[in-house]
Design a protein around this ligand. Structure first.
Ligand SMILES: NC(=O)c1ccc[n+]([C@@H]2O[C@H](COP(=O)([O-])OP(=O)(O)OC[C@H]3O[C@@H](n4cnc5c(N)ncnc54)[C@H](O)[C@@H]3O)[C@@H](O)[C@H]2O)c1
Ligand SMILES: O=P(O)(O)OC[C@H](O)CO
Length: 334
């Protein structure tokens, strides 16, 4: 099969390295200079240093050439780049199957990725016959690129497409489970990044393992409450895109979102943290959009609210997370 991965950041590069072992794979980089470097040096020194790009991987800087003959297109840009890329696809009359891997809510609209896809590709073949979905779950790019065992979920609006495409992409090191709960998978991926910022702050402040376990557990309740209000299925939140990704991102120091939290706890300011990070940390843009969405749906999300207060309203991290962990007791329920 011919695959195109559009977006040469850490995740797009790791997926392209993995898929090119079994499929004719093209990696599109939007910057022509970066594409030339990838093609000659055979390493993504900026986003995924230390991982060799196999000779079989084709690098392309021209977007229309990259998608011209593909059988499956995988969009691997950050959420902020999703809508502009979909508009390019619409202009190029792309009508083939489509996956995306971004995790978050659009800042301006609070839309989930599939809602953006529906808006931008309405009436085209890609969305019209239901051949699209999200690939998500607990996965650090560096580990996937090294071939370490990883399990993901491919959630699509039709189970048939999810199953067919999961079977094509599945390999011994990258297990892919099919699911038809697009909403549940995307809500898990969006909220876990915000909870990971809270976990990073808590750990950075030395609040201990008990506090982190409490944040993870109550974070899962926030995912489930919001997800069910949007029509997601409860079992999805217990799966790879829910509990699985939440656990990984809250506990693994490879997480950029967790590292944002650790740096906030150390007293650093957000612009400096993001400049040092050099990668996207989707929880930063998603927190405020989540608050707007949760208010609209009357869903309680106290951890998300605390993170938003720290990120966007200059509230001190130490007081805000301490207050969160000292809230009045209530009945344990979703
Ligand atoms: N890195 C991971 O381990 C990982 C794993 C699973 C999912 N994801 C998700 O994948 C998405 C991409 O993450 P990443 O790790 O590759 O980010 P990254 O910061 O490593 O790289 C971002 C890439 O996107 C490009 N880009 C930025 N804005 C763009 C735009 N408007 N249009 C086109 N390209 C644009 C950048 O040039 C860069 O190549 C995020 O939503 C992230 O949450 C990442
Ligand atoms: O590095 P993060 O925090 O963006 O997390 C990467 C992946 O989403 C983990 O599944």
């Amino acid at each position: 099969m011919r695959l195109t991965v559009a977006g040469a950041g850490a995740w797009g590069t790791a997926l392209a390295i993995t898929f090119c072992a079994r499929h004719h794979t093209t990696l599109w980089a939007r910057d022509a200079h970066a594409a030339r470097r990838l093609a000659t040096i055979r390493e993504n020194q900026r986003y995924l240093p230390g991982c060799r790009l196999p000779e079989a991987l084709n690098i392309e800087a021209d977007f229309s050439a990259a998608i011209a003959e593909t059988d499956l297109l995988i969009l691997a840009v950050p959420l902020a780049g999703l809508r502009p890329l979909l508009r390019r696809l619409r202009d190029l009359h792309y009508a083939g199957p489509l996956l995306w891997v971004c995790k978050g809510l659009e800042s301006e609209t609070a839309c989930l990725p599939h809602q953006i896809v529906n808006e931008e590709l309405a009436g085209t073949g890609a969305s019209g016959d239901g051949r699209y979905g999200v690939l998500s779950g607990p996965s650090f790019a560096q580990e996937v690129a090294r071939g370490l065992p990883t399990a993901l979920t491919l959630a699509a609006n039709t189970l048939a497409f999810a199953q067919q495409t999961a079977a094509v992409l599945h390999s011994p090191h990258l297990r892919i489970y099919a699911n038809s709960d697009l909403v549940g998978a995307e809500v898990g991926g969006a909220v876990k990044n915000v909870i990971a910022i809270a976990a990073g702050i808590s750990d950075g402040l030395g609040f201990g393992h008990n506090a982190r376990a409490a944040l993870i557990t109550r974070g899962l309740a926030e995912i489930a409450r919001l997800g069910m209000a949007l029509g997601g299925q409860p079992e999805t939140f217990m799966g790879l895109t829910g509990m699985g990704d939440l656990l990984l991102t809250c506990t693994g120091d490879l997480s950029r979102n967790r590292r944002v939290g650790l740096a906030l706890a150390a007293g650093k300011k957000l612009p400096e943290i993001l400049a040092d990070l050099g990668h996207v940390a989707e929880g930063v843009n998603t927190a405020q959009a989540l608050i707007r969405l949760a208010e609209r749906l009357a869903v309680e999300m106290p951890i998300t609210q605390a993170v938003d207060a720290i990120l966007n309203h200059d509230k001190p991290a130490v007081d805000t997370v301490a207050q969160l962990l000292q809230r009045n007791p209530k009945t344990e329920a979703l």
